[in-house]
Design a protein. Structure first.
Length: 175
């Protein structure tokens, strides 16, 4: 009688989902394109690595509408922070991320992959930070699940340095 009651209780627990398998992130493959409907941005993605000085490579400024994926980190959809970089402008023409600072929590980002699948992300926050105080750990540090970072330049343009003083960083989680 006790065994029967235990079996019924165990069966109810299993049916109620208490013993369900944990959710897993979609399998990731090489990202092919990024789309951000809220700001009308869409670009194919090129792989990016590191420059000789150890800084992260960016897409060519001569192609300001081109975004790139930091291929030495996780791919979008894999556990960890995938990073996509793009320009705010290209010495006059608007860049792919010219309106990145306009994103708000809840806005959606879609990344398509070469295997035909897609990963959707939801923006959690947008920050503008001085390049001298770049939050490396927050951008590239380990995360519990799949996340996405979008990065561009922002703030005031420093003509002497020929560079913007700040970075705009979008933080997003798998949706």
């Amino acid at each position: 009688m006790i065994r029967a009651a235990l079996a019924v209780a165990l069966g109810l627990l299993l049916l109620s989902g208490c013993a369900a398998a944990p959710e897993q992130a979609p399998t990731a493959s090489v990202p092919a394109a990024v789309e951000i409907p809220a700001i009308g941005a869409r670009s194919s993605l090129i792989p990016l690595g590191l420059n000789e000085d150890g800084t992260v490579e960016v897409p060519p400024v001569t192609s300001p509408r081109q975004a790139g994926w930091y291929s030495l980190g996780p791919a979008p959809g894999e556990r960890g922070p995938a990073v996509i970089l793009g320009h705010v402008d290209g010495n006059r023409p608007q860049g792919i991320f010219s309106r990145l600072h306009e994103l708000a929590p809840g806005d959606r980002i879609s990344v398509s992959r070469v295997d035909g699948s897609r990963s959707g992300f939801a923006v959690t926050r947008v920050e503008r930070v001085p390049k001298t105080d770049f939050p490396t750990a927050a951008v590239y540090g380990d995360t519990a699940g799949p996340e996405l970072r979008l990065i561009t330049c922002g703030g005031v343009f420093d003509r002497a340095a020929r560079s913007y003083r700040d970075n705009v960083i979008v933080f997003a989680v798998l949706a």
